[in-house]
Design a binder for this molecule. Sequence first.
Ligand SMILES: Cc1ncc(COP(=O)(O)O)c(C=O)c1O
Length: 424
Amino acid sequence: VSAKAARTCEPPISDLIARALHTPGLISFAAGLVDEEMLPAKEVAAATRRVFAKASGRLALQYGTTPGLPALRQALVAHIAKLEGQPAARMGFDADDILLTTGSQQSLYLIAEALLDPGDIVIAANPSYFVYTGTLASIGARVLTVPMDEQGMQVAEVGRLLQKLDAANELSRVKFIYCTSFFQNPTGLTLSLRRRRELLDLARRYSRGHRILVVEDAAYRELQYDGRALPSIKSFDRANQYTVLTQTFSKPFAPGLKLGYTVMPPDLMQQVLRLKGNHDFGSANLSQWLALDLLRSGAYRRQVQKLKKQYTRKRDLLLRAMRDSFPPGIQWTMPQGGLYTWVTMPANVDTGPNGQLFARCLAQGALYVPGEYAYGPDAHGQIDRRHLRLCFGQVRTRDIKEGVARLARAMTAVLGKGEEAGRG
Ligand SMILES: Cc1ncc(COP(=O)(O)O)c(C=O)c1O
């Protein structure tokens, strides 16, 4: 096989999902899946009937174009403008700057492919969305990480890292900064308004010999439950030069459509379109026609509202159950949106798949994602193993309390063992 194939690993979570499927009665907080009972089957059936009642039915069954359905890209300009709270005309991009892809994952992949040679550098938060850091490793990129705090990625640390790379003559290898700016996977944390501007400023300032982009992954943006809606980093990039913004229909609507959309600078678009042309010359046209109908008919908006209510309920249930039953010494994030909370155990606990906590949770019948999957080595080469990710998207409402009780029993047992809480 090629060097690239040899470098490419299966995402670690595949194994976790397989375990969940094969363990009856298991309550899984692991996979980042959406609430199955809420999936909008009726709404999509109605949209399908509408699309096929007209001439659009035949068009939807034909090949589309590589960038995707123009009317949908136009509708998405208006959709993003609404999220930004700005008139579409002021955003600095139009439908030609939007690419429709097979989920936002494909777009993230194509951007990496368009920009990175083996040995090139991407700067990312620690922890980060591990499927994408896996993609970057497969392409041969070096992912250099900076820590996070309650305000999201520590942008001052990005500045220090860029300075260090500049001093070491490595700036030419830095191609982009990857940032999940809203309700991050895996921590649930959001990049503060101030840091949004600062990150863009840094990218601009260090774009000397070549451009350093900010790749802003906003997959969870629309699933906001409380707090103030923030503008994207992209919204500050008035000339559409330094940022790529990826969004998706997967999390706020239905992953089965597998449809994502990306705003990017025109010169990058040309490169990415060539690559996408080689991959598939366009994503599923039928999904695009359905998405257009769902946006125009208001069914999309109503579904997002419903989901927000349901996920608020589930998040609150989860956080309350954790507060009531987790043993002392454990901390977790309070996400204002998205699907995850991030739990920090005392320093001597190893949450990894070979550690005691994971084994005890499985024995109790509960599953989480070990935090180490989302961690790259820090500046000292260390990987943090104290964390775990809990997803409240897929777990059934009626199972949340029991699932947390199972986690709590395993935690209490491991913490009670003191010295032996470490590697198992
Ligand atoms: C942070 C983040 N970005 C992107 C994606 C990709 O999703 P999709 O390809 O379905 O749009 C996911 C999926 O879990 C995600 O968590």
